[in-house]
Design a protein around this ligand. Sequence first.
Ligand code: HEC
Ligand code: HEC
Length: 425
Amino acid sequence: MTSKPLISLSLLCFCLSANAESPLTLEQRLGKQLYNDTNLSTNRNQACASCHSTKKLTGKAPAFVDPANVKQGTPVSLGSIEFATGTLNAPSAAYAGFSPPFHWDDKDGTYEGGQFWNGRANDLAEQAQKPLLNPLEMAMPNEWAVVSRLKANPAYVKLFYTLYQLDLNAVPDIKDAQFNQQAPQAVAEIYQKLAQAIATFEKSPEFSKFNSKFDFVLAGQTQFTALEAEGKQLFNGKAGCSNCHISHAKTDTGGHLVPPLFTDFTYDNIGLPRNLKIPGNPKPNLGLGERSDIRKLDSNKEQWGKHKVMSLRNIALTPPYGHNGVFATLEQITHFYNTRDTLGTVANNLNADFGVSGWPKPEVAINVNHDELGNLGLTPAQENAVVAFMKTLTDDYPEWGNDPLVPPGTPSPFAGITPPTTISP
Ligand code: HEC
Ligand code: HEC
């Protein structure tokens, strides 16, 4: 909740290019290969792309989430090791690079930015180091083991030398190591570059296409239907969604229009009910309250239960919704925003009347936002309109929209807007 611009315009790189599919740089190509490489997981069965797929979903556009969640409605992803599952729903990796580094915003009195539902990684490069070593995800035992997998691939040996002057062959394979032998110094450096290459790929136009219907309407190239236009008005007005999911465009100093990302990257507790479909029934996730650094500063528990406001771009493609995936559809989460405080109560989300006659109590009762949501007074028709508006945020509109004003192949009006490409050293 903030009235500030979603991204400071100075951060934007306006590398406007003639075509939307601008070729990747060499480092981005390395990043792409790493992002898709299942050899970087312990059982050689999982890559970043397994949970953040680059393939088209429901025939429309890639949405950079776990296709198994979308197809089966499962809230969490399977790991590389059999029966290992995480406890949170995989968010989209698209548009994620626009999140500023995690920081406290004094003016708004809230944390902002970072990666993950609780912002614990500052940026994409820091984020990309985590899943490889997470026992519930790619489950590699340590950085040295990852580097040993890298050096088995001659293409990586070549690219790491060309791009970073790092010689993978100079690092011994971990299987030849003595018991308790320390990792060679170069390992940390190589591991960091691996993450940097992945982050650089995630900042390529493939992850920020800006070619949804919303973008073409913003650029004046086509029009919303009456229902979508009504939904937009409600989203920005009566429903109050845009308080957090920022929806207005900005103009940069050069006079270019900068499309919105539908998030202000702040944190809030919207009162999600617990999701009993998560295997192992983990305890409620406290969001910012899970972080020891924040807990130290937060004796009144003011940050407990707060999760990051996620972008709504491509949101129609990425069910289930919320950090624990408790909502199956856009209709359901919209109904929740509208009636959380008015509908009645059901015991839990396995109840057949979940969202019909009532909602369960919030997973984390402290800090639930009652000022901006929970009782919006929308009619069912108005809820539908808000959903119709969110469906205009799906990319690759020229390809699937069947709109004569925006025929297949029409370039994005905002092609080339990408997050800053320089990454912390
Ligand atoms: C087993 C599934 C899985 C794999 C594999 C995986 N992720 Fe994720 N990813 C997740 C989940 C779940 C989260 C949310 C976790 C959290 O917030 O604590 C997440 C969060 C993220 C985010 C944060 C997005 C945001 O807006 O905050 C990014 C970026 C990301 N992953 C990229 C990657 C990259 C890069 C890789 C490979 C190095 C990768 N992921 C591998 C499941 C996965
Ligand atoms: C006060 C800030 C705020 C307002 C207002 C708000 N949201 Fe959200 N929204 C959030 C936060 C925070 C999350 C993530 C919450 C979580 O998972 O615990 C979220 C998540 C979502 C998600 C799921 C995102 C995902 O990746 O799973 C959707 C869809 C959504 N909001 C739509 C809406 C709509 C529609 C409205 C208006 C009716 C709205 N939001 C109003 C803060 C807000």
